[in-house]
Design a protein around this ligand. Sequence first.
Ligand code: APR
Ligand code: PHB
Length: 394
Amino acid sequence: MVNRMKTQVGIIGGGPSGLLLSQLLHRRGIDTILLEKHTREHVLGRIRAGVLEHGFCELMREAGVGTRMDREGADHHGINIAHDGRLHRIDLHGLTGGKTVKVYGQTELTRDLYEARDAMGEVVIHEAGNVLPHDLTTDAPFLTWERNGETFRADCEFIVGADGYHGVSRAAIPRDVLREYEKIYPFGWLGVLSRTKPVSDELIYSSHERGFALCSLRNPRLSRYYIQVPLADRAEGWSDDAFWAELKRRLPAEVAGRLETGPSIEKSIAPLRSYVAEPMRHGRLFLAGDAAHIVPPTGAKGLNSAASDIHYLYHALIDHFERGDNTGIERYSDRALARVWKAQRFSWWMTNLLHLFPDEPPYAQRLQRVEMEYLLSSDAARTSLAENYVGLPF
Ligand code: APR
Ligand code: PHB
């Protein structure tokens, strides 16, 4: 027997994209069903980046979940680039006419979204197995899934694939329709989270002859650091001591000298990849967030690219349900992709600027060096970095 139900928007994936969209729609009286493959604990156990653009923060507030973010998140007016043993500050605020970014962990904002849902008496269907979207190019698409040995079906007006890079939604777009663009980088980031005082209250992106390093933070007692490592490395192969020693080598002496070290509470390696799938709509299926695109973490654009999709999709669905206007739905893919590609370009540029590419020919290495020298000597170049880092307008 199949348990059958009905909703306006069926959402696959209970990560930040799916949760945020669902919350925004609920506030406007639009019904959603949210299916998540894993448990809540599993979703909240993932450590991800934590730099939010203004537009993301605005969406959180519009969804009614901005209170803790505004109280506990920190507004950053600048970032630093370390190069040749010196720190160079990029004055984000000054170069963009007053814009900033907010540092607030993805884990925290995901928790806030779950709690807001609880407060509204809405559920996320966790541990939904074998989720599948059907009949996407008809007027009556539906979702099926399994849970506790039972089969379920939800008839939907629209389906949103917010199920991340490894989800099932993208695979529902026929091979002859889907175009994929990909770039794999020949290294990964080894990340460590530790209960130590951050070495700097602003982020430090370090370009060094031994490889890239990043000093980030979650709050005044929680630090997040990364170093570029070969793809073949395993996190288990890196002791805490070896990590701290290598991080220090890649930082200016003055910064390394005041680095507080301690036991890692999380240590993992993430490969770096750029990926875009087009189109982002197929019939009544919309892709959003990591389901459609991935960036290397260098510019902190992963979550923010997801947020811009949600912005366009939210407005498209509101226009449809509240005014019968389908322009936003028709144009969703083009609008979302236009901004997605700009974030791709910026993330690619920052990754190329800051990492060590040992296999590149000498000519490319010299170009990388002069790119940095130009950035550090030109207001125009720094302004370009700043306007992208704080986030282009939606
Ligand atoms: N059925 C149901 N849920 C699924 C399925 C499936 N077949 N496959 C994946 N999921 C769930 C995952 O368990 C995950 O919780 O979809 C969710 C997708 O979440 P994310 O991968 O976090 O993707 P998204 O919500 O788009 O978040 C944007 O920004 O900082 C970046 O990559 C980072 O996660 C972040 C992303
Ligand atoms: C992080 O804090 O995890 C972080 C910050 C900035 C980045 C990437 C990751 O560019």
